[in-house]
Design a protein around this ligand. Sequence first.
Ligand SMILES: Cc1cc2nc3c(=O)[nH]c(=O)nc-3n(C[C@H](O)[C@H](O)[C@H](O)COP(=O)(O)OP(=O)(O)OC[C@H]3O[C@@H](n4cnc5c(N)ncnc54)[C@H](O)[C@@H]3O)c2cc1C
Length: 389
Amino acid sequence: MPNLLTDLDFFHLDDLLTPEERATRETLRRFVQREVLPNVERHFEKETFPIDLVPQMAELGIFGANLKGYGCAGMNNVAYGLIMQELEAGDSGLRSFASVQSSLAMYAIYSTGTDLQKQRYLPEMAKGKLLGCFGLTEPDHGSDPGGMETRARKDGDGWVLNGTKRWITNGSIADLAIIWAKVDEGITGFIVERDAPGFTTRDIHGKFSMRASITSELILEDVRVPAGAHLSEARGLRAPLGCLTQARYGIAWGAIGAARSCYNCALDYVKSRKQFSRPLAGYQLVQNKLVRMLTEITKAQMICLRLAHLKDQGKMRPEHISFAKRNNVNEALNIARDARDMLGANGIVNEYPVIRHMLNLETVNTYEGTFDVHTLILGRDITGESAFE
Ligand SMILES: Cc1cc2nc3c(=O)[nH]c(=O)nc-3n(C[C@H](O)[C@H](O)[C@H](O)COP(=O)(O)OP(=O)(O)OC[C@H]3O[C@@H](n4cnc5c(N)ncnc54)[C@H](O)[C@@H]3O)c2cc1C
């Protein structure tokens, strides 16, 4: 088995990283090598999430890594992106777990919560002692979350929530759910703790993708929450979309990790596999695929590094994220499909990581704004015309 985590740095982009950023990446790479890769195929096969890794992930400062205060590591966005890249070189499910905990659940509280809510939840979430999930999608409302049917109504001091959320990462293992619901004034958010009466979860099975990640349905039947559970600064769809921007940033980086693993695996394979007179690596058609992979991974790295610098300087726009998420995930998926092809029959078994990455990337292409939805966002940005409806 090749070293799947071998670096790929054709344009010496490492020269643009600080020693701290490189050290963060190396630490994560060792963690993935030592703790993730030996067991990930078993988790994928059994549809389980490696929850035993949570304390170590917390120890590494992964949760809320780029948030400041509340026990979070306060890293810059390059370091945060590199963390996501290395996690996804292991498995997209692991990166999804970290993205949801950090950029969706913690960030929702960080950006729209009261001081009391932040003090109560964020330090425990940074330690991995409290896990979060993010309930936006519903059975009938995915790309258009503004159509959501989940409702919250005021009742005395508190609120009562009713509705169903579907496709929720970490749903049944989370201690708290960020629930987006409609009130008279529009869309807002709530923190619903798992033991709230009327709140139940049901895991979705039979997935061919993201099998090492828990995906659930959340059912809210007259769930009563206190006034203190309301994210009162969350006003309108812009609040959950702001969280999605953070998560999509990590996805753009993460996709590079999955693509790199597939490339390393395919390169190693074609160098040693002989068909007809010589190793597959000596044939032009095979080299064409390798060169395309190298090119797209390198372009994706450049996009992400520039994106990180824009984000750190406060100059990043959501459209930049759409560009990066759309391109990098789509190219990672193409790379995974090519790598699977290059491994021939061996490309369909779990002795190699390629088909697992390929199947996972089908989800990554769909969630957090599909490829086509990001096309619509960019199309609107450059023409001024919305083609959504
Ligand atoms: C494993 C997994 C984990 C997930 N985790 C979460 C989570 O933690 N929290 C959460 O809230 N959600 C989560 N999701 C849901 C995910 O965000 C949605 O699946 C996604 O937004 C797409 O919605 P949909 O599946 O309803 O597809 P639809 O919106 O029905 O789209 C179907 C197709 O139609 C296309 N389409 C939609 N609108 C248009 C249009 N206007 N013009 C042209 N084409 C269009 C789409 O691009 C897509 O190809 C997860 C999904 C998966 C698979």
